[in-house]
Design a protein around this ligand. Sequence first.
Ligand code: ZN
Length: 128
Amino acid sequence: MRYFTIEQHEALRAALTARAALLRETIAGALAGQDGAGLPNRSEETDDDAVVDLQSSLDTTQLSRTTLELREVERGLERWHTPEFGECADCAEAIPFIRLQANPLAIRCLACQAAHEHAHATDIHATL
Ligand SMILES: [Zn+2]
């Protein structure tokens, strides 16, 4: 059972919406090459092909990270509309508003997140 107010709920949606808008802008800017951190025409800035290649691959990595984050935020917005939003995915306790404020995409309370990360780390060792 979540316990934040309607205002807090709305604030989280606003944060997610603003984040999604910013990410879309970043992606659009990168694709259009308008913000100076875009993909195209690195070769105009330097004659060093290696630098161009490296920079392009950094740009591509950044762009795919941004795209992944946008997907996460969009999933968060979908979750926002469900009764489960704000509830821990593992123990169904309320995720404290302050935690959601810091990270509206959090799907676990701190205790379960720590346990999940510990279990995940253990899994990796177990399969090796
Ligand atoms: Zn939990």
